[in-house]
Write a protein that binds this ligand. Structure first.
Ligand code: XLS
Ligand code: NI
Ligand code: NI
Length: 436
């Protein structure tokens, strides 16, 4: 078959001395780091909505991207070309997975029935492409935020008819994700939130969200879909306040709704920073609570307060992300999904390939650095030493519950003045720099 991206070659590892923009400098897929290859550690994924559907539109301007299907007018033919293009690029870039929303891969029809038929046609094309390609599905999801019916939310809409439509859409998306062997299914609460509390019954909306997710878990059981369910936190945008604001809010919601055990989190860097957290904080919180499932690997702009979805090139970030991922024992069925788009000015297909290469090299480097930090116990031995007081004597007594306020008062009265140990933040930052 004719190539859609003849300008993109099979991208190879050429090492850090290479100045070929279409070569890997750090990502060497078969190289082993510990007991796994880089490919196995990193489990990269292409996001269909950005890489194939994204056109470079912004609130002030028209699409800028030039893509091979631009001159095709039949929406189903465009959908087929995009899917072929996605397989071609993931293969050329050694990206083992992809992710999609139902409406990115097939156009919405005039009715739900027609939309489902469009989806089925593309799903059968994917099954054909699977026969000759190593690319697999990391996760599927449903777009419950673009169509006007979802203007007030989907599962949290004040209108039960919208809830029903969303349920039907997720039912179908689960069937399709199962059919394509998807390893996970994601819920990002696109418009599950509110603009103003003046017109919102927050309690009912959150209960309905819980009901909706229980229905999804039940239906997955009924059809034998055994992928991991993931919730993707985001604090705002498109709504003023999103219910899945951050890892901690999601964990509280899962507990309150009786859904712990059925869900993990898909954590995105740009969403973490929008929530006023570092990505490392969000990952650490999830890992400490046993709900770190997958990562949407991108980065935001420190000066812009919205989801700019840039390709991840910041080595401090990729190192600290991989530090948490490795400390978690990996991501299991999850992966690093490039929920990222080339800047509007990077409009060629070559830029699209180069953007992925930049992200993959930054993560490969982050992996190597994080592996070294962990093997040397460079940070962990310092953290252990800092908390050593909790393993014996007074600390152990407090932890075991043998001391209460009265006993601690006696100890405090008898204590000499306290000089806490220094925190040594700058020393540790310099140490991290040495590894990077
Ligand atoms: C948007 C989200 C979205 C999810 C999938 O901000 O990141 O792309 O990853 O619905
Ligand atoms: Ni995302
Ligand atoms: Ni996002």
């Amino acid at each position: 078959m004719d190539e859609l991206f003849p300008e993109v070659p099979l991208v190879k590892y050429e090492g850090k001395g290479s100045d070929n923009p279409l070569a890997f400098k750090r990502y060497d897929p078969d190289r082993k780091i510990g007991d796994r290859t880089m490919r196995e550690h990193l489990r990269f994924s292409m996001a269909f909505w950005h890489s194939m559907t994204g056109a470079g539109r912004d609130p002030f301007g028209e699409p800028t991207m030039r893509r091979p299907w631009d001159r095709t007018s039949d929406p189903m033919e465009v959908a087929r070309q995009r899917m072929r293009g996605m397989f071609e690029l993931t293969e050329k870039l050694s990206i083992p997975f992809f992710c999609f929303h139902d409406r990115d891969i097939a156009p919405e029809g005039a009715s739900l029935r027609e939309s489902n038929a469009n989806l089925d046609a593309i799903v059968s094309l994917v099954r054909d492409l699977f026969k000759t390609s190593p690319t697999r599905l990391l996760w599927g999801t449903a777009n419950l935020f673009s169509h006007p019916r979802y203007m007030h939310g989907a599962a949290t809409s004040p209108d039960p008819r919208v809830f029903a439509h969303a349920a039907a859409q997720v039912k179908k998306a689960l069937e399709v994700t199962k059919e394509l062997g998807g390893q996970n299914y994601v819920f990002w609460g696109g418009r599950e939130g509110y603009e103003t509390l003046l017109n919102t019954d927050m309690k009912l909306e959150l209960e309905n969200l819980g009901r909706f997710l229980h229905m999804a878990v039940d239906y997955a059981k009924a059809i034998g879909f055994d992928g991991q369910f993931l919730i993707e936190p985001k604090p705002m945008e498109p709504t003023k306040h999103q219910y899945d604001a951050d890892s901690a809010a999601c964990f509280a919601f899962l507990q309150e709704s009786g859904l712990t055990g059925s869900f993990k989190l898909n954590i995105e860097t740009n969403h973490a920073t929008l929530a006023g957290h570092t990505m490392q904080h969000e990952l650490r919180y999830a890992r400490d609570h046993g709900i770190l499932g997958s990562v949407d690997a991108n980065q935001g702009d420190e000066l812009l307060g919205w989801d700019t979805d840039q390709f991840p090139t910041n080595l401090y970030n990729t190192t600290l992300v991989m530090y948490e991922v490795l400390s978690n024992g990996g991501l299991g069925r999850g992966g690093l999904n490039f929920d990222a788009k080339p800047r509007r000015g990077s409009w060629t297909s070559t830029d699209l390939a180069v953007s992925h290469i930049a992200g993959m090299d930054a993560f490969a480097r982050g992996l190597e650095t994080a592996w070294a930090l962990i093997s040397d116990r460079a940070l962990s031995k310092r953290v252990e030493a800092r908390y050593a007081g909790w393993n014996a004597g007074l600390g152990a007594a407090i932890r075991s519950g043998t001391e209460g306020f009265a006993g601690l008062e006696k100890i405090a009265m008898a204590q000499a003045p306290i000089d806490p140990e220094p925190g040594r933040q700058e020393e540790l930052e310099a140490l991290l720099n040495r590894y990077i």
